[in-house]
Design a protein around this ligand. Structure first.
Ligand SMILES: [Mn+2]
Length: 352
Protein backbone atom coordinates (compact mmCIF):
# COMPACT_ATOMS: atom_id res chain seq x y z
CA UNK A 1 0.00 0.00 0.00
CA UNK A 2 1.35 3.37 -0.97
CA UNK A 3 -0.09 6.26 0.97
CA UNK A 4 -1.07 9.28 -1.11
CA UNK A 5 -2.73 12.65 -0.65
CA UNK A 6 -4.74 14.83 -2.99
CA UNK A 7 -3.25 18.24 -3.70
CA UNK A 8 -4.79 20.93 -5.89
CA UNK A 9 -1.56 22.57 -6.98
CA UNK A 10 -0.02 25.90 -6.09
CA UNK A 11 -3.45 27.44 -5.31
CA UNK A 12 -4.21 24.78 -2.70
CA UNK A 13 -4.21 26.31 0.81
CA UNK A 14 -2.51 23.07 1.94
CA UNK A 15 1.20 23.39 1.28
CA UNK A 16 2.91 20.44 -0.37
CA UNK A 17 5.70 20.56 2.25
CA UNK A 18 3.08 19.91 4.94
CA UNK A 19 1.86 16.85 3.08
CA UNK A 20 5.39 15.45 3.04
CA UNK A 21 5.44 15.82 6.85
CA UNK A 22 2.64 13.27 7.24
CA UNK A 23 4.37 10.04 8.30
CA UNK A 24 4.88 7.45 5.54
CA UNK A 25 3.39 9.69 2.85
CA UNK A 26 4.51 8.44 -0.58
CA UNK A 27 2.68 10.18 -3.42
CA UNK A 28 0.77 13.25 -4.45
CA UNK A 29 -2.53 12.86 -6.28
CA UNK A 30 -3.13 15.84 -8.52
CA UNK A 31 -4.09 17.11 -11.98
CA UNK A 32 -3.72 19.98 -14.41
CA UNK A 33 -6.61 22.29 -13.61
CA UNK A 34 -6.34 25.08 -16.16
CA UNK A 35 -7.10 23.13 -19.34
CA UNK A 36 -10.72 22.82 -20.52
CA UNK A 37 -12.27 19.34 -20.25
CA UNK A 38 -11.47 17.28 -23.33
CA UNK A 39 -8.31 19.11 -24.37
CA UNK A 40 -4.71 17.88 -24.30
CA UNK A 41 -2.51 18.74 -21.32
CA UNK A 42 0.80 20.15 -22.46
CA UNK A 43 3.99 18.24 -21.70
CA UNK A 44 5.37 21.45 -20.32
CA UNK A 45 2.67 21.76 -17.65
CA UNK A 46 2.82 18.03 -16.83
CA UNK A 47 6.59 18.22 -16.35
CA UNK A 48 6.35 21.36 -14.27
CA UNK A 49 3.86 19.67 -11.95
CA UNK A 50 6.04 16.55 -11.74
CA UNK A 51 9.08 18.65 -10.82
CA UNK A 52 7.15 20.45 -8.07
CA UNK A 53 5.95 17.16 -6.59
CA UNK A 54 9.35 15.47 -6.77
CA UNK A 55 11.11 18.50 -5.30
CA UNK A 56 8.88 18.08 -2.26
CA UNK A 57 10.17 14.52 -1.91
CA UNK A 58 6.96 12.86 -3.10
CA UNK A 59 6.10 10.71 -6.11
CA UNK A 60 4.11 11.90 -9.10
CA UNK A 61 2.35 8.59 -9.77
CA UNK A 62 -1.39 9.24 -9.61
CA UNK A 63 -3.55 11.65 -11.58
CA UNK A 64 -7.04 12.50 -10.34
CA UNK A 65 -8.68 13.14 -12.64
CA UNK A 66 -8.41 13.27 -16.37
CA UNK A 67 -12.05 14.25 -16.90
CA UNK A 68 -14.14 12.65 -19.64
CA UNK A 69 -15.89 15.07 -22.00
CA UNK A 70 -19.70 14.94 -21.94
CA UNK A 71 -19.79 14.21 -25.69
CA UNK A 72 -18.05 10.88 -24.94
CA UNK A 73 -20.59 10.01 -22.25
CA UNK A 74 -23.42 11.05 -24.56
CA UNK A 75 -21.97 9.12 -27.52
CA UNK A 76 -22.12 12.12 -29.86
CA UNK A 77 -20.27 11.99 -33.18
CA UNK A 78 -17.84 14.58 -31.86
CA UNK A 79 -16.62 12.06 -29.27
CA UNK A 80 -13.85 10.66 -31.46
CA UNK A 81 -11.88 13.87 -31.34
CA UNK A 82 -12.14 13.94 -27.55
CA UNK A 83 -11.17 10.27 -27.30
CA UNK A 84 -8.05 10.94 -29.39
CA UNK A 85 -7.20 13.78 -27.00
CA UNK A 86 -7.76 11.46 -24.08
CA UNK A 87 -5.34 8.93 -25.57
CA UNK A 88 -2.79 11.70 -26.02
CA UNK A 89 -3.15 12.58 -22.35
CA UNK A 90 -2.59 8.94 -21.37
CA UNK A 91 0.57 8.80 -23.51
CA UNK A 92 1.93 12.08 -22.19
CA UNK A 93 1.23 11.17 -18.58
CA UNK A 94 2.73 7.71 -19.10
CA UNK A 95 5.87 9.34 -20.49
CA UNK A 96 6.07 11.44 -17.34
CA UNK A 97 6.01 8.26 -15.25
CA UNK A 98 2.38 8.36 -14.14
CA UNK A 99 1.16 4.91 -13.07
CA UNK A 100 -2.56 5.42 -12.40
CA UNK A 101 -5.23 7.69 -13.88
CA UNK A 102 -8.48 8.15 -11.96
CA UNK A 103 -11.58 9.29 -13.86
CA UNK A 104 -15.33 8.95 -13.63
CA UNK A 105 -18.26 8.49 -15.96
CA UNK A 106 -20.95 10.47 -14.13
CA UNK A 107 -23.20 12.57 -16.38
CA UNK A 108 -22.80 16.35 -15.82
CA UNK A 109 -22.41 16.32 -12.04
CA UNK A 110 -19.56 14.92 -10.06
CA UNK A 111 -20.05 14.22 -6.35
CA UNK A 112 -23.14 15.83 -4.90
CA UNK A 113 -23.87 17.01 -1.36
CA UNK A 114 -26.59 19.18 0.13
CA UNK A 115 -24.22 21.03 2.48
CA UNK A 116 -20.47 21.40 2.84
CA UNK A 117 -20.19 22.74 6.35
CA UNK A 118 -22.69 20.93 8.51
CA UNK A 119 -21.70 21.45 12.12
CA UNK A 120 -21.21 18.17 13.97
CA UNK A 121 -21.61 17.73 17.73
CA UNK A 122 -17.90 18.25 18.40
CA UNK A 123 -17.83 21.57 16.56
CA UNK A 124 -16.13 20.26 13.44
CA UNK A 125 -17.86 20.65 10.09
CA UNK A 126 -18.47 18.02 7.45
CA UNK A 127 -20.04 17.40 4.07
CA UNK A 128 -23.53 15.91 4.19
CA UNK A 129 -26.15 14.58 1.81
CA UNK A 130 -29.68 15.07 3.06
CA UNK A 131 -32.05 13.34 0.72
CA UNK A 132 -35.06 15.60 1.30
CA UNK A 133 -32.97 18.66 0.41
CA UNK A 134 -31.51 17.09 -2.73
CA UNK A 135 -34.97 15.88 -3.81
CA UNK A 136 -36.21 19.47 -3.70
CA UNK A 137 -33.39 20.82 -5.88
CA UNK A 138 -33.80 21.60 -9.53
CA UNK A 139 -30.42 22.24 -11.15
CA UNK A 140 -32.13 23.84 -14.14
CA UNK A 141 -33.65 26.57 -12.02
CA UNK A 142 -30.17 27.80 -11.31
CA UNK A 143 -30.89 28.85 -7.74
CA UNK A 144 -28.25 26.49 -6.50
CA UNK A 145 -24.59 26.18 -6.98
CA UNK A 146 -23.08 23.15 -5.37
CA UNK A 147 -19.62 21.65 -5.16
CA UNK A 148 -18.87 19.16 -7.87
CA UNK A 149 -21.08 21.15 -10.18
CA UNK A 150 -19.04 22.51 -13.00
CA UNK A 151 -19.52 26.23 -12.58
CA UNK A 152 -18.24 26.79 -16.10
CA UNK A 153 -21.61 25.61 -17.45
CA UNK A 154 -23.99 28.41 -18.26
CA UNK A 155 -27.68 27.89 -17.63
CA UNK A 156 -28.15 27.35 -21.37
CA UNK A 157 -25.35 24.75 -21.54
CA UNK A 158 -26.92 22.94 -18.64
CA UNK A 159 -30.33 22.98 -20.29
CA UNK A 160 -28.85 21.59 -23.51
CA UNK A 161 -26.99 18.86 -21.64
CA UNK A 162 -30.10 17.81 -19.77
CA UNK A 163 -31.96 17.69 -23.08
CA UNK A 164 -29.26 15.44 -24.57
CA UNK A 165 -29.26 13.15 -21.55
CA UNK A 166 -33.05 12.87 -21.64
CA UNK A 167 -32.56 10.94 -24.90
CA UNK A 168 -30.28 8.30 -23.43
CA UNK A 169 -30.97 5.38 -21.14
CA UNK A 170 -28.71 3.58 -18.71
CA UNK A 171 -28.03 0.99 -21.40
CA UNK A 172 -26.96 3.74 -23.80
CA UNK A 173 -24.56 5.05 -21.17
CA UNK A 174 -23.11 1.53 -20.86
CA UNK A 175 -22.63 1.38 -24.62
CA UNK A 176 -20.91 4.76 -24.63
CA UNK A 177 -18.65 3.65 -21.80
CA UNK A 178 -17.83 0.46 -23.70
CA UNK A 179 -16.91 2.42 -26.82
CA UNK A 180 -14.62 4.66 -24.75
CA UNK A 181 -12.94 1.76 -22.89
CA UNK A 182 -12.27 -0.23 -26.05
CA UNK A 183 -10.48 2.79 -27.45
CA UNK A 184 -8.44 3.87 -24.46
CA UNK A 185 -7.50 0.69 -22.57
CA UNK A 186 -5.12 -0.60 -25.29
CA UNK A 187 -3.35 2.78 -25.18
CA UNK A 188 -3.18 2.61 -21.38
CA UNK A 189 -1.65 -0.86 -21.61
CA UNK A 190 0.93 0.21 -24.21
CA UNK A 191 1.97 3.03 -21.91
CA UNK A 192 1.74 1.01 -18.69
CA UNK A 193 -0.81 3.38 -17.16
CA UNK A 194 -3.58 1.77 -15.14
CA UNK A 195 -7.00 3.31 -15.62
CA UNK A 196 -9.07 3.44 -12.43
CA UNK A 197 -12.71 4.48 -12.70
CA UNK A 198 -14.19 6.24 -9.69
CA UNK A 199 -17.66 5.07 -8.66
CA UNK A 200 -20.61 7.41 -8.83
CA UNK A 201 -21.14 9.51 -5.73
CA UNK A 202 -23.76 8.92 -4.52
CA UNK A 203 -24.28 5.57 -6.26
CA UNK A 204 -27.79 6.19 -7.57
CA UNK A 205 -29.31 8.41 -10.29
CA UNK A 206 -29.67 12.07 -9.37
CA UNK A 207 -31.82 14.74 -11.02
CA UNK A 208 -33.08 12.12 -13.48
CA UNK A 209 -29.59 11.53 -14.89
CA UNK A 210 -28.43 7.92 -15.28
CA UNK A 211 -25.63 6.57 -13.10
CA UNK A 212 -24.11 3.13 -13.65
CA UNK A 213 -20.90 2.73 -11.61
CA UNK A 214 -22.91 2.05 -8.50
CA UNK A 215 -23.13 -1.57 -7.32
CA UNK A 216 -21.16 -4.81 -7.18
CA UNK A 217 -23.17 -6.19 -10.07
CA UNK A 218 -22.36 -3.14 -12.17
CA UNK A 219 -18.67 -3.16 -11.21
CA UNK A 220 -18.53 -6.79 -12.36
CA UNK A 221 -20.12 -5.76 -15.62
CA UNK A 222 -17.69 -2.85 -15.98
CA UNK A 223 -14.60 -5.01 -15.41
CA UNK A 224 -15.76 -7.55 -17.98
CA UNK A 225 -16.16 -4.99 -20.76
CA UNK A 226 -12.39 -5.02 -21.12
CA UNK A 227 -11.16 -7.87 -18.97
CA UNK A 228 -7.65 -6.59 -18.48
CA UNK A 229 -5.94 -5.22 -15.38
CA UNK A 230 -5.41 -1.87 -17.09
CA UNK A 231 -9.17 -1.48 -16.88
CA UNK A 232 -9.48 -1.12 -13.12
CA UNK A 233 -11.09 0.65 -10.22
CA UNK A 234 -10.69 3.51 -7.83
CA UNK A 235 -12.57 1.94 -4.98
CA UNK A 236 -14.04 4.81 -3.01
CA UNK A 237 -15.44 3.47 0.27
CA UNK A 238 -17.49 6.58 0.96
CA UNK A 239 -19.08 6.76 -2.49
CA UNK A 240 -20.06 3.11 -2.79
CA UNK A 241 -20.71 2.91 0.95
CA UNK A 242 -23.37 5.59 0.89
CA UNK A 243 -25.61 2.93 -0.64
CA UNK A 244 -26.53 0.51 2.15
CA UNK A 245 -26.95 -2.12 -0.60
CA UNK A 246 -23.15 -2.23 -1.07
CA UNK A 247 -21.04 -4.51 1.13
CA UNK A 248 -17.78 -2.59 1.04
CA UNK A 249 -15.55 -5.10 2.82
CA UNK A 250 -16.71 -7.82 0.45
CA UNK A 251 -16.12 -5.62 -2.59
CA UNK A 252 -12.65 -4.53 -1.46
CA UNK A 253 -11.73 -8.15 -0.77
CA UNK A 254 -13.05 -9.41 -4.10
CA UNK A 255 -11.62 -6.75 -6.38
CA UNK A 256 -8.24 -6.53 -4.65
CA UNK A 257 -7.93 -10.34 -4.93
CA UNK A 258 -8.58 -9.90 -8.65
CA UNK A 259 -5.84 -7.25 -8.86
CA UNK A 260 -8.33 -4.74 -10.26
CA UNK A 261 -8.11 -2.04 -7.56
CA UNK A 262 -5.35 0.41 -8.42
CA UNK A 263 -6.40 3.26 -6.19
CA UNK A 264 -8.31 3.36 -2.89
CA UNK A 265 -10.22 6.31 -1.48
CA UNK A 266 -10.84 5.67 2.19
CA UNK A 267 -13.34 7.65 4.21
CA UNK A 268 -16.12 6.87 6.61
CA UNK A 269 -19.74 7.96 6.42
CA UNK A 270 -22.70 7.66 8.72
CA UNK A 271 -25.80 6.34 7.00
CA UNK A 272 -29.09 7.80 8.15
CA UNK A 273 -32.45 6.01 7.94
CA UNK A 274 -33.88 7.82 4.93
CA UNK A 275 -30.96 7.31 2.49
CA UNK A 276 -29.15 10.44 3.68
CA UNK A 277 -25.58 10.36 4.95
CA UNK A 278 -23.00 12.45 6.77
CA UNK A 279 -19.24 12.29 6.29
CA UNK A 280 -17.42 11.55 9.55
CA UNK A 281 -13.95 11.08 10.99
CA UNK A 282 -12.15 8.06 9.54
CA UNK A 283 -12.23 5.98 12.73
CA UNK A 284 -14.68 3.07 12.42
CA UNK A 285 -16.60 4.03 15.54
CA UNK A 286 -17.77 7.31 13.99
CA UNK A 287 -19.47 5.95 10.90
CA UNK A 288 -21.19 3.01 9.28
CA UNK A 289 -18.09 1.53 7.64
CA UNK A 290 -15.63 -0.78 9.38
CA UNK A 291 -12.35 0.77 8.28
CA UNK A 292 -10.22 -1.90 9.98
CA UNK A 293 -12.00 -4.65 8.06
CA UNK A 294 -11.54 -2.69 4.82
CA UNK A 295 -7.80 -2.29 5.40
CA UNK A 296 -7.56 -5.94 6.47
CA UNK A 297 -9.12 -7.00 3.17
CA UNK A 298 -6.50 -4.98 1.29
CA UNK A 299 -3.71 -6.32 3.44
CA UNK A 300 -4.61 -9.99 3.05
CA UNK A 301 -4.64 -9.52 -0.74
CA UNK A 302 -1.19 -7.85 -0.65
CA UNK A 303 -2.60 -4.61 -2.05
CA UNK A 304 0.31 -2.68 -3.56
CA UNK A 305 -1.64 0.16 -5.19
CA UNK A 306 -2.21 3.69 -3.99
CA UNK A 307 -4.49 4.69 -1.15
CA UNK A 308 -5.52 8.12 -0.05
CA UNK A 309 -7.58 9.35 2.85
CA UNK A 310 -10.64 10.82 1.21
CA UNK A 311 -12.60 13.85 2.38
CA UNK A 312 -11.93 15.04 5.89
CA UNK A 313 -13.92 17.25 8.22
CA UNK A 314 -12.75 20.78 8.97
CA UNK A 315 -11.24 20.75 12.45
CA UNK A 316 -9.06 22.95 14.67
CA UNK A 317 -10.36 26.12 13.00
CA UNK A 318 -8.93 25.26 9.61
CA UNK A 319 -10.49 26.98 6.62
CA UNK A 320 -10.08 26.05 2.98
CA UNK A 321 -11.43 23.69 0.37
CA UNK A 322 -14.36 21.73 1.83
CA UNK A 323 -13.41 18.11 2.39
CA UNK A 324 -9.80 18.79 1.51
CA UNK A 325 -8.26 20.44 4.54
CA UNK A 326 -4.94 19.23 5.91
CA UNK A 327 -5.67 18.25 9.49
CA UNK A 328 -8.46 15.70 9.37
CA UNK A 329 -7.12 14.04 6.25
CA UNK A 330 -3.70 13.79 7.94
CA UNK A 331 -5.36 12.16 10.95
CA UNK A 332 -7.04 9.74 8.57
CA UNK A 333 -3.72 8.96 6.88
CA UNK A 334 -2.02 8.33 10.23
CA UNK A 335 -4.91 6.11 11.37
CA UNK A 336 -4.76 4.03 8.17
CA UNK A 337 -0.94 3.79 8.30
CA UNK A 338 -1.27 2.60 11.89
CA UNK A 339 -3.71 -0.13 10.96
CA UNK A 340 -1.43 -1.21 8.10
CA UNK A 341 1.65 -1.39 10.32
CA UNK A 342 -0.24 -3.37 12.93
CA UNK A 343 -1.45 -5.87 10.35
CA UNK A 344 2.01 -6.17 8.84
CA UNK A 345 3.49 -7.02 12.21
CA UNK A 346 0.71 -9.40 13.20
CA UNK A 347 0.74 -11.29 9.94
CA UNK A 348 4.43 -11.12 9.09
CA UNK A 349 4.65 -14.87 8.58
CA UNK A 350 1.64 -15.03 6.29
CA UNK A 351 2.78 -12.08 4.19
CA UNK A 352 6.16 -13.74 3.65
MN1 LIG B 1 -13.64 9.24 -3.73
Amino acid sequence: MKLSFRWYGEDDPVKIEYIKQIPTMDSIVTAIYDVPVGEVWSNESINKLKTTVEKAGLNFDVIESVPVHEDIKLGLSSRDRYIENYKENIRNLGNAGVKVICYNFMPIFDWTRSQLDKKLEDGSTALVYYKDQIDKMDPLKGELSLPGWDSSYSKEDLNDLFKEYSKITEEDLWLNLEYFLKEIIPVAEENDVKMAIHPDDPPWPIFGLPRIITTEENLDRFLKIVDNKYNGLTLCTGSLGSGSFNDIVRMVDKYSAQGRIHFMHVRNIKLLDDGSFEETAHHSSYGSLDIVEIIKALHRNNFDGYLRPDHGRMIWGETGRAGYGLYDRALGAAYIAGIWETLSKLYKEEVK
